[in-house]
Design a protein around this ligand. Structure first.
Ligand SMILES: Nc1nc2c(ncn2[C@@H]2O[C@H](COP(=O)(O)OP(=O)(O)OP(=O)(O)O)[C@@H](O)[C@H]2O)c(=O)[nH]1
Ligand SMILES: [Zn+2]
Length: 348
C-alpha cells in the first residue's frame, strides 16, 4: 500500500501514525482542494474523490496538502503534519487560516530588478524556517538584470541566510527551470511565494506544463455568498506536487519568533553575549552587537530589518483576547462615529 502512496508525498512520518487496525481498514488520501462543505482528496492511484465534510469535521481544520484517513466516503482522521503554513485572517477577531500542509520546499521568488527587497525576502525566509520548510530563493529575469548584475543579486540573497539555496534564472528558459527540478521529484511538495509579476506563473508553467487557475471557480455557500475555490495541487513533470492556494500569495508573518531568531542567528548569537540581558543594542555598555557593527562585521541595515521584522511579528501574533479587546474598542468607535454622523444629518 505505502509504495504507491509515495507518489502522493507519503512518508514514514505518516505510516508511523497508523494503528494496525487503521492500516487494515482505512484508505489514506491527500487533500487537493478544501471547500466549505466538501474536499477533493487524491488516493494512491491519483483518483479524485469528493468527500463531504460531515459530523465533527469542518473545513477550517483542513489544509490543502493534508493527509487524511478515509473509509472511502468520509474522512475519519487527519494525520499529523510535517509542516504547516497558516495566516491570521483579516478582520476584527483574529483567527488562524490554514494555507497549506506538508510542503517540503518554498520557492521564494523575486527578480533581478527593483522587486528585489531584502526585508521582503527575510519575511518569507522567516515564515519558511518557522514552518520547518526548506527555503530556496529563486531570482528570475537573470536574462535582463536591471541596475546590478545577476551575480550581485545572488550574492545579496546569499548574505541573508546561510542555509538557503539561491538560484538566478530565466524563468522562460526550460534549461533554467531544470535547475529547480532537484526539489520537485517524486514525493516532494513545493510552493511559490513572491510579489505579483516576478514570474511565479511562468515558473509554475515550466514545472507543470499547466497554467495555474487561482480563484477562478465560484461556489455558493449556505448564505448565498460566493466563495472562491480553485484547483490547488498540480503534478510537476519531475514527479512531485506544486501547491498554489490563493492564500499562499498573501502570506503575512505571524507567530514566527523562532524562525526570526534562526534567520538572524548572527545577531541573536551576539546579543546573547551582551552585558545586559535586556540590551536594546543602542548605546549600552558591553553591547556585542554594537561592537560588531563598529568593527564592520555586522550591517546596521540588517540590525534595523531584524528589529522591524520582530515588531511586525509581535503585532501580528497578538492573542485572540488581545485582538477581541481591540475589536470591541473598534466597534465602539464605529458606533460613536455613526451616531455622530446621524446627529449631524439630524436623524437622531
Ligand atoms: N525575460 C524574462 N521574463 C520573465 C521571467 N520571468 C517572468 N517573466 C515575465 O514577467 C511577466 C510576469 O510573469 P508572471 O509569471 O505572470 O508573474 P507572476 O509572479 O505569476 O505574477 P502574478 O500572477 O501577478 O502573481 C511575464 O510577462 C513573464 O513572461 C524571466 O526570468 N525572464
Ligand atoms: Zn546589545
Amino acid at each position: 500500500m505505502t509504495s504507491d502512496l509515495k507518489t502522493l508525498g507519503w512518508t514514514q512520518h505518516f505510516t508511523g501514525q497508523l494503528s494496525p487496525d487503521e492500516f487494515e481498514t482505512q484508505t489514506p488520501m491527500r487533500l487537493a482542494e478544501v471547500r466549505r462543505r466538501d474536499v477533493v482528496a487524491l488516493s494512491a492511484n491519483l483518483a479524485r474523490h469528493d468527500l463531504a465534510l460531515t459530523g465533527e469535521h469542518v473545513a477550517s481544520e483542513f489544509a490543502v496538502g493534508d493527509f487524511v484517513l478515509t473509509d472511502g466516503d468520509r474522512i475519519t482522521r487527519r494525520l499529523d503534519r510535517r509542516t504547516l503554513i497558516s495566516r491570521k485572517s483579516a478582520g476584527l477577531i483574529s483567527d488562524t487560516q490554514l494555507i497549506a500542509a506538508n510542503i517540503n520546499t518554498l520557492f521564494i521568488t523575486t527578480s533581478c530588478n527593483a522587486d528585489f527587497n531584502e526585508a521582503r525576502l527575510e519575511r518569507y525566509l522567516a515564515i519558511a524556517i518557522e514552518a520547518g520548510i526548506a527555503p530556496v530563493i529563486v531570482i528570475t529575469k537573470a536574462d535582463k538584470p536591471e541596475d546590478h548584475s545577476a551575480e550581485d543579486y545572488q550574492d545579496r540573497a546569499r548574505a541573508l541566510y546561510r542555509d538557503a539555496n539561491v538560484l538566478a534564472i530565466n524563468a522562460k528558459d526550460p534549461a533554467h527551470i531544470a535547475k529547480l527540478e532537484p526539489y520537485c521529484g517524486t514525493g516532494q511538495t513545493v510552493a511559490l511565494v513572491g510579489s505579483s509579476g516576478v514570474g511565479k506563473s511562468t515558473i509554475a508553467r515550466g514545472l507543470t506544463g499547466e497554467d495555474l487557475a487561482v480563484g477562478d471557480i465560484r461556489e455558493d455557500d449556505a448564505k448565498g455568498r460566493h466563495t472562491t475555490t480553485a484547483r490547488s495541487m498540480y503534478r510537476m513533470h519531475a514527479g512531485g506536487w506544486l501547491v498554489d492556494t490563493p492564500g499562499m500569495r498573501e502570506l503575512a508573518l505571524h507567530d514566527a519568533a523562532g524562525g526570526i531568531d534562526q534567520l538572524f542567528a548572527d545577531i541573536t548569537d551576539l546579543a546573547a553575549g551582551c552585558k545586559f540581558s535586556d540590551c536594546q543594542h543602542q548605546s549600552e555598555p558591553g553591547c556585542l552587537v554594537r561592537t560588531a557593527i563598529d568593527a564592520g562585521e555586522l550591517d546596521q541595515d540588517r540590525l534595523e530589518r531584524w528589529r522591524k521584522l520582530k515588531d511586525e511579528d509581535a503585532r501580528n501574533s497578538e492573542t485572540v483576547a488581545e485582538s477581541r479587546a481591540r475589536g470591541r474598542k473598534f466597534s465602539k468607535h464605529v458606533r460613536n462615529t455613526m451616531k455622530a454622523k446621524r446627529a449631524r444629518r439630524g436623524e437622531d
